[in-house]
Design a protein around this ligand. Structure first.
Ligand code: CUA
Length: 311
């Protein structure tokens, strides 16, 4: 199970068989393609028309040749069908003892909710050597959940659940991509799968409850990363998609209708939960990701406290 030009090292129970099928289809295609192209080139040259040469003879069909080019490709596609279908079924149906995690994709982040109620953002923690089933849905548009090392990829849809399962085979950190174009932040809609031994996973899960003791600005700093605010709002004064947070608090902003507003707690709160209410002059009315309406009061306060500190 080693990586190749195409994919990283496999790290799930199904990845080696999926790789074998992939390489079989890939090499069969390459061999057939090269064989056909070389034969065409050779025959076209060998039997090219020459001045003064005899008129070509009429070619009589050869039964054996005709039968073989029907039967052999049929056998080939049946092998691929049988192999692929078996794997497809294996990959579609999670084992009954699978550990279930709910996944919610939103512009532009991934939330993971565990059976204990713990929630993580952009970090999926799972045990190794145990099947894990992900039940997925989207808060807004189409996304797609892709873990190359596990060879799983599945669209994530609004108003509908889709599922994937995998069983990780080693303790490591694996990259997750969104592979369905979902707007400006698509390319930064990344996450990691962090695999633990069973004991470590239980310890992690026990520690993953909501931490009420974190000071607000610190929690805000975590949320700034987790909720991907960083994609549109910088901390160093650079203006990208939305206003920078540097020196924002207390500043007087001019809105697109010419009125002004002082940036205070109320304004910040409104801008997070109802971003269209006031648009600062010079910025496009880019909707904030829908997931932000789900922030708790404590999380909102934490973000505001964090922005207040960026002076
Ligand atoms: Cu989510 Cu692309």
């Amino acid at each position: 199970m080693t990586g190749s030009f195409w994919l990283p090292d496999g790290a799930s129970t199904l990845s080696s068989e999926i790789d074998s099928l992939f390489h079989f289809v890939n090499w069969a295609s390459i061999i057939l393609f090269v064989g056909v192209v070389v034969a065409i080139a050779y025959l076209a040259y060998r039997y090219r028309r020459r001045p003064g040469g005899p008129a070509p003879m009429r070619v009589k069909p050869n039964k054996m040749v005709e039968i073989s080019w029907v039967v052999l490709p049929t056998i080939l596609v049946l092998i691929v069908f049988n192999w692929g279908f078996r794997l497809f079924v294996e990959q579609s149906v999670a084992p009954p003892n699978a550990y279930e995690v709910y996944v919610r994709g939103a512009m532009w982040k991934w939330d993971f909710e565990y059976p204990t109620g713990a929630v993580t953002t952009n970090e999926l923690h799972v045990p190794v050597d145990r099947p894990v089933r992900l039940v997925m849905s989207s808060a807004d548009v189409l996304h797609s959940f892709f873990v190359p090392a596990f060879r799983v990829k599945q669209d994530v849809l609004p108003k509908r659940y889709s599922a994937v399962w995998f069983e990780a085979t080693r303790v490591d950190t694996f990259q997750v991509f969104c592979t369905e174009y979902c707007g400006m932040g698509h390319s930064v809609m990344l996450a990691s799968v962090i695999t633990h031994s069973q004991g470590d996973f239980e310890a992690w899960l026990a520690s993953a409850g909501v931490d009420e003791d974190t000071p607000l600005p610190e929690l805000g700093a975590q949320l700034y990363q987790q909720q991907a605010c960083i994609g549109c709002h910088t901390l160093d004064g650079t203006e990208i998609i939305g206003p920078t947070f540097a020196g924002l608090y207390g500043k007087t902003e001019t809105l697109d209708d010419g009125s002004t507003v002082v940036v205070d707690d109320d304004y910040l709160r409104e801008s997070i939960v109802d971003p269209n209410a006031k648009i600062v002059q010079g910025y496009a009315n880019v909707p904030m990701p829908a997931g932000y309406t789900g922030l708790s009061e404590r999380q909102l306060s934490a973000l505001i406290a964090f922005i207040r500190e960026q002076q």
